[in-house]
Design a binder for this molecule. Structure first.
Ligand SMILES: NC(=O)c1ccc[n+]([C@@H]2O[C@H](COP(=O)([O-])OP(=O)(O)OC[C@H]3O[C@@H](n4cnc5c(N)ncnc54)[C@H](O)[C@@H]3O)[C@@H](O)[C@H]2O)c1
Length: 377
């Protein structure tokens, strides 16, 4: 089996997910190139302990990411660092000639994303993708296949979102994701937006216009040291977009990203409404999706449990349940295949899609501040 040698930049929440998925590569039944963690980088030595304990073969352990970019025995980098660092880190990684699996939002703002895209275009042979794992749930993949097979008929409406609720606890201490200087002006939209856009963009639903509403509900939070700190990011955002269906009809597409949505622990959802059939998936009910049967003028909602039938086959029985860590592994498997030049039925979010995401988010801010409908060309 081919091995792809990785350096991880940032050793936080997402880097641990990467490492854990890489550690159980035997889960796949197919011949998928295996990620091997060769080097790690963090500014916090205590974060590296978990990696050294569980991956004793890690060769390089550095605090300056550029040291990993010089290593000839590293092929690819997974970079999961705060948004204010994306621009410089991603550009340096791309220019080093290593493949990049970056994290969203792929630049703190459009200017940063433009600079990353320029480096990408100027680097021959660059291989770059952005992490987005939720579309890899088997139930969601089934809905995507249904769309591609034309089962829904003429599409009437798209509604997608990624909502959280832990910020409803106003005593939750602040972190970098709640500060504009680290997270970016888009706030919750920058942090969660790409998750909501991957499936619509890939199915060809590109926003034509946007009317946005952002709210900043909680303006300060405990600083974790006994005081209070300014919390200047937007908590909730709803994008009311228009898009075109295949027949060229203008239809609504609503994209929600909320940090304060009561009851939504980690609710990623996608709903598609069509003339012949409609369907909806929510990560709250991750093994199933709902679809309609038509009874003439009326329709009934049915729930079908898909279970464990992922895009990339695994050892797990098809009746078992699929979860977040499985979606991470499916996404990584898809990255390894795409990087190796193989086609996958559903690939990761592309650099071009990150550019579209930033265009939408920037237009959304303009819409919100000026209280107007903004047209995207
Ligand atoms: N795909 C997903 O579902 C998902 C979920 C959460 C976060 N993310 C994204 O992952 C990225 C990181 O988020 P996280 O939740 O893992 O954050 P985190 O705070 O847990 O980790 C950030 C890491 O960056 C490191 N870091 C900070 N400055 C550094 C520097 N100068 N050099 C090297 N390392 C440095 C920190 O030490 C830490 O290890 C963000 O872009 C975020 O949007 C993605």
């Amino acid at each position: 089996m081919k091995t792809i040698r990785f350096g991880l930049i940032g050793c936080g929440l997402m880097a641990r997910e990467f490492a854990s998925a890489a550690a159980r590569w035997c889960h796949f039944t197919g011949d998928i190139p295996r990620p091997e963690i060769v080097g790690i980088c963090s500014v916090l030595p205590q974060e590296m302990e978990w990696f050294h304990k569980n991956f004793p073969d890690i060769k390089y352990s550095v605090s300056d990411y550029k040291e990993l970019l010089d290593k000839e025995d590293i092929d690819a980098i997974y970079c999961a660092v705060p948004h204010n660092l994306h621009e410089q880190f991603y550009i340096d990684i791309i220019k080093s000639g290593k493949a990049l699996l970056g994290e969203k939002p792929f630049g703190i703002d459009k200017k940063a994303n433009d600079a990353i895209m320029q480096a990408y275009r100027e680097t021959p042979g660059a291989f770059v993708r952005c992490s987005s794992e939720f579309p890899f749930y088997p139930a969601m993949q089934t809905m995507i296949n249904w769309y591609n097979e034309g089962k829904f008929g003429k599409i009437l409406e798209i509604h997608a979102g990624f909502n959280h609720c832990s910020d409803c606890d106003v005593n939750k201490p602040i972190n970098w994701k709640r500060m504009v200087k680290f997270n970016g002006e888009y706030g919750c939209l920058g942090d969660l937006g790409i998750h909501t856009q991957h499936v619509p963009f890939r199915l060809g639903f590109f926003p034509k216009t946007v009317t946005a509403h952002f709210s900043n509900i909680v303006k300060e939070r405990p600083d974790g040291k006994g005081g209070m700190a300014v919390c200047d990011t937007f908590d909730n955002c709803t994008l009311f977009c228009t898009t075109l269906n295949k027949e060229g009809d203008e239809i609504p597409m609503t994209l929600e990203t909320k940090r304060m949505c009561p009851g939504s622990t980690n609710r990623w959802f996608f709903e598609i409404y069509g003339l012949e059939c409609s369907a909806r998936f929510s990560s709250d009910d991750a093994n199933a999706f709902y679809y309609t049967s038509s009874w003439g003028k009326e329709q009934s909602w049915n729930r079908i449990i898909i279970g464990y039938k992922p895009m990339l086959p695994t050892i797990t029985g098809p009746i078992f349940e699929f979860g977040f860590t499985d979606s991470m592994q499916q996404m990584l498997g898809a990255f390894m295949l795409e990087y190796s030049g193989e086609k996958v039925p559903f690939g990761l979010f592309t650099p071009e899609e990150t550019a579209m995401s930033h265009k939408l988010s920037t237009a959304a801010l303009e819409s919100h501040y000026n209280k107007k409908v903004v047209t995207l060309d």
